[in-house]
Write a protein that binds this ligand. Structure first.
Ligand code: C2E
Ligand code: MG
Ligand code: MG
Ligand code: MG
Length: 292
């Protein structure tokens, strides 16, 4: 039958595509119920300041465990959530959970860290985003400086006028703003200069290359110089080896995040690490400790 309708129809019925469409539809249906069925969870990955060796921030990373399909990676379900608009309720849950968690850690007396949350393009297009964040910070009584938003380079560049206005408003409240996956898009330097941001996150692909050759070393070096000249903080993503760390220390990268130090982990695991950091800080107090 499909042949009668011509080439296009035949292509649409190709078994591989059909299977993929079926899978996506099935996954979207499951995702629709993920929130109410309590299948979502946040994991947290520490960010370490290279000068002090302390955890200064954590990135909240969404995890979805379906009872039958098991763990579905965010790179698979986030795009689906974006396409279906489900990212709005899910994103709201992420923001709320992250704020509450950070406040809870502070109330436990753990050393304060900044909580970074990823915000996608669709979420930025939601006019209620800034009001929601303001409301959440007020409700949880979390100081805005302990709250960070990560947006990717292409969001910041493509919708720049609108985005600048939103970022400006958030930054005036005291929220910390980072550009995620930096270096993967072609942002012009003049655009970058006008963005109201605090930090650049160098994408993992360049960090992967620094131990292998001069090209990625040169790129990372240049990004760090650029960030410093613009008065921005700079963090390297996906640091996995000692060589990468040594190189980044050498060229005075501010902070790092990666499996070399810690993988993303559940809240309870991070609490133990933060508690340990707190104990060692107390022990070394007054002994000319470099910690600030
Ligand atoms: P991202 O924001 O760039 O997050 C960093 C990703 O790199 C995370 O993957 C993290 O687990 C991984 N990673 C960190 N260090 C290393 C390392 O040393 N080696 C390797 N191989 N990987 C490392 P994850 O958790 O799978 O998340 C993938 C992406 O999904 C994120 O990339 C982000 O774009 C998106 N995402 C995750 N959670 C959320 C969320 O709550 N909301 C939105 N909108 N997007 C999210
Ligand atoms: Mg991120
Ligand atoms: Mg990233
Ligand atoms: Mg990424």
């Amino acid at each position: 039958k499909s042949k009668e309708k011509g080439k296009n129809h035949f292509v649409l019925c190709s078994p591989v595509i059909k299977e993929e469409v079926n899978f996506k539809t099935k996954l979207t249906n499951h995702l629709y119920h993920a929130l109410e069925r309590d299948e979502l969870e946040l994991h947290y990955q520490p960010q370490i300041c290279l000068q002090t060796g302390k955890i200064v921030g954590v990135e909240a990373l969404l995890r979805w465990t379906h009872p039958e399909l098991n763990m579905i990676p965010p790179n698979v379900f986030i795009p689906l959530a974006e396409q279906t608009g489900l990212i709005n309720p899910i994103g709201e849950w992420v923001l709320k959970t992250a704020c509450c968690q950070n406040k809870a850690w502070q109330e436990m007396g753990l050393p304060p860290v900044r909580m970074a949350v990823n915000i996608s393009a669709t979420q930025f297009r939601n006019p209620k985003l800034t009001t929601l964040i303001k409301k959440l910070l007020k409700e949880t009584d979390l100081k805005p400086r302990y709250f960070e938003l990560e947006l990717t380079e292409n969001i910041a560049i493509n919708q720049s006028d609108y985005i600048i206005e939103i970022l400006d408003r958030l930054r005036k409240q005291g929220v910390f703003i980072s550009i995620d996956d930096f270096g993967t898009e072609y942002s012009s330097l003049s655009r970058l200069k006008t963005l109201p941001i605090d930090q650049i996150k160098i994408d993992k692909q360049f960090i992967d290359g620094v131990a292998k050759g001069k090209t990625d070393q040169a790129i990372v070096n240049t990004i760090i110089l650029l960030a410093k000249n613009l008065g921005l903080n700079v963090i390297a993503e996906g640091v996995e080896t000692h060589e990468q760390l040594a190189f980044l220390k050498d060229i005075q990268c501010d902070s790092v995040q990666g499996f070399y130090y810690h993988r993303p982990m559940p809240a309870q695991e991070l609490e133990i690490i933060l508690q340990y950091q707190n104990d060692t800080m107390i022990k070394s107090q007054g002994v000319n400790s470099p910690c600030v």
